[in-house]
Design a protein around this ligand. Structure first.
Ligand code: FES
Length: 213
């Protein structure tokens, strides 16, 4: 079945804004989605005094929504202070596009996560990192799980109460889900969980357990 996109998605896909790569960027990041294989990279320039994003460019190696979400995100983030840009959510980006098909919502998550990583890169290089989002802690595991969307509902695992518990011991992460192993998107969700937690420092393995009760 053909995927139906909004006019805004088609507009940004056909004529994407801020495409390219900044030379000598202040922050950069490349993130990918393991389930679909799509990737996006972002480079940013940050004004050292105002801490505003003065320039931002992206390159996409992915689908129409990947391109459209990265395009609209760069427009939204440009000129914002980095602290404000870090608060941008994938729901805001999706709303700016008039919505996305549920199966494509992870494209907006990918774009927003890539921006956050580019800002983290800038903060790390400049000694501005207050809390390291890559530290292996339960708080950061929860944040990563908030970036995993169930394509069946279009909601993230934490907001939709799909996670019964999670913990880590010596870099081995266990996530207990309240869905059956034969859930139509179980494999997809499992891959996304592993991808999201695997970049935490000291990560060794991720195990997803299912419960139908
Ligand atoms: Fe995966 Fe668009 S980023 S389908």
């Amino acid at each position: 079945m053909a995927i139906e996109y909004t006019k805004q998605v088609i507009k940004h896909f056909s004529n994407p804004r801020n495409v390219g790569e900044i030379k000598n960027p202040d922050g950069k990041s490349m993130e990918g989605n393991p389930a679909c294989g799509d990737m996006v990279s972002l480079t940013i320039k940050v004004d050292g005094k105002t801490k505003k994003i003065s320039d931002i460019k992206f390159k996409s190696y992915g689908c129409a929504s990947n391109i459209a979400t990265a395009s609209v995100l760069t427009e939204f983030a440009k000129g914002k202070k980095i602290d404000d840009a870090k608060e941008i959510t994938w729901k805001q980006v999706m709303d700016k596009l008039g919505g996305l098909p549920k199966i494509k919502i992870h494209c907006s998550v990918l774009a927003v996560d890539t921006l956050k990583s580019a800002i983290t890169d800038y903060e790390r290089k400049n000694g501005l990192l207050k809390e390291d989002p890559d530290v292996l802690s339960e708080k950061n595991i929860k944040l990563r799980l908030k970036s995993v969307v169930n394509p069946a509902t279009g909601a993230d695992l934490i907001s939709s109460n799909m996670v019964s518990s999670y913990f880590q011991k010596d870099g081995k992460i266990v996530v207990n889900l309240k869905i059956c192993k034969d859930h139509e998107y179980a494999e997809n969700i499992e891959e996304e969980i592993e991808e999201h937690v695997s970049t935490l420092n000291g990560f060794k393995s991720a195990k997803v357990k299912y419960s139908c009760k």
